[in-house]
Design a protein around this ligand. Structure first.
Ligand SMILES: Nc1ncnc2c1ncn2[C@@H]1O[C@H](COP(=O)(O)OP(=O)(O)OP(=O)(O)O)[C@@H](O)[C@H]1O
Ligand SMILES: [Mg+2]
Length: 293
C-alpha cells in the first residue's frame, strides 16, 4: 500500500471499518444510450435481491438519477466536501430502498481537492461503506475527466452500447482513452435497445472485432436489454421499469443482468475498500509516453 494511502486512512481513523464494496461504473461514451436507465434499474434489481445499494450520480446533466426516480435532493456531495453538510443530510433514499448520492458539480474538481477536502471525501465514503454492499456510479456521456476518473476508480466498468454508428465509435473512443491513459484493460459490455433475439451478441461481436484488434483490452459480453416501450413509460412515471412493469421484457433483462452482476468478484484485501475507490478517484492518471513511429 503506498504510504500516502496509509496516512489518509489512518488519519481518518477508519481502518477498522474497512470492508470490501463492489464498485461498478456505468458508462458508454455516447449520450442517450441508456446509462442512467441501466444504473437505476440495476440498483433497483440488486436492492430487490437483498443487496444494500448506493447509487452515485456522476452526471451533471439534466436527465439524471433524481429525475428518473422522482427525487428532489437539496444538497449534493459538493456540500459535504466543503464542509457545509453531513453525509446523512445529502443522501436521499429512493422509494425502492436504495440510497442515492446526488450529482455534485464539485466532483469535477476532484483532482484539485486540498488535503482537508480529500480527507473529508475519504471519511464520507468510509461512513457509506459500513452500510453498502454495492456502489453503482452513473456517469455522464463523453470522455471528460469525471467520466474517466469514475471508470478508472471502479472495479467493474460496464460499457453500454446500442446499434448506432455513433454509439460504437464513441464507446471505442472511451475504451481507448481508459485503456491507454487510465490503465483499465477489462470491460463488460451491455447491448441496449436491441431488436430481436441475438442482436445484442451480434452488436457486441462487431464492437469487439474492432476494439480487440486495435486496443490491448479484454471485453466481456454481459447481456442485452431489448428496446421496450415499457421502459420509456416507466421513465415518464419516474419509476424503475422493474417495479412499474416487472413482467416486461426490459425488466426481465435487467433482473438477469443484476443476477449476473451479483456474481462479479469483490476484490478482497484493502484495495477493495471504498477508501481506495476514493484514492483512485483523486489519482491523476499515469502519464504514458506513446512511441510515434
Ligand atoms: N431499452 C430501452 N428501450 C426503450 N427506450 C430506451 C431503452 N433504453 C433507453 N431508452 C430511451 O433512451 C432515453 C435515454 O436513456 P438514458 O437517459 O438512460 O440514457 P443515458 O445514456 O443515461 O443518456 P445521457 O447520456 O443523456 O445521460 C430514455 O429516456 C429512453 O427513452
Ligand atoms: Mg444519463
Amino acid at each position: 500500500m503506498p504510504s500516502r494511502d496509509r496516512t489518509l486512512v489512518d488519519a481518518a481513523g477508519l481502518q477498522s471499518l474497512a470492508r470490501p464494496v463492489q464498485v461498478l461504473a456505468v458508462t458508454g461514451g455516447k449520450g442517450g444510450v441508456g446509462k442512467t436507465s441501466v444504473a437505476v434499474n440495476l440498483a433497483a434489481s440488486l436492492t430487490a435481491a437483498g443487496r444494500r445499494v448506493l447509487l452515485l450520480d456522476g452526471d451533471l446533466g439534466l436527465a439524471n438519477v433524481d429525475v428518473f426516480l422522482g427525487l428532489s435532493p437539496r444538497y449534493t456531495l459538493a456540500h459535504v466536501l466543503n464542509g457545509e453538510r453531513t453525509l446523512d443530510e445529502i443522501v436521499v433514499t429512493a422509494p425502492q430502498g436504495f440510497q442515492v448520492v446526488p450529482a455534485a458539480s464539485g466532483l469535477a474538481e476532484l483532482a484539485n481537492l486540498d488535503a482537508a477536502g480529500h480527507l473529508r471525501l475519504v471519511q464520507t465514503f468510509s461512513a457509506l461503506a459500513t452500510r453498502v454492499d454495492v456502489l453503482i456510479v452513473d456517469t455522464a456521456a463523453g470522455i471528460a475527466h469525471g467520466v474517466t476518473q469514475f471508470s478508472q476508480a471502479a472495479q467493474h466498468v460496464l460499457v453500454v452500447i446500442c446499434d448506432e454508428p455513433a454509439s460504437l465509435t464513441d464507446a471505442y473512443a472511451l475504451v481507448k482513452v481508459l485503456s491507454r491513459q487510465h490503465g483499465v484493460s477489462r470491460f463488460r459490455v451491455l447491448a441496449n435497445m436491441t431488436r430481436g433475439v441475438g442482436a445484442g451478441l451480434e452488436l457486441f461481436r462487431r464492437f469487439e472485432r474492432v476494439a480487440e484488434r486495435f486496443l490491448d483490452v479484454v471485453l466481456e459480453f454481459v447481456g442485452e436489454i431489448p428496446e421496450d416501450e415499457c421502459l420509456r413509460r416507466a421513465i415518464r412515471a419516474q419509476r424503475p421499469v422493474i417495479e412499474a412493469y416487472p413482467g416486461s421484457p426490459a425488466a426481465l433483462s435487467f433482473k438477469k443482468l443484476a443476477a449476473r452482476a451479483d456474481t462479479w468478484p469483490v476484490p478482497s484485501g484493502p484495495r477493495g475498500n471504498l477508501e481506495f475507490f476514493v484514492e483512485r478517484l483523486v489519482q491523476r492518471p499515469p502519464v504514458r509516453l506513446e512511441v510515434v513511429p
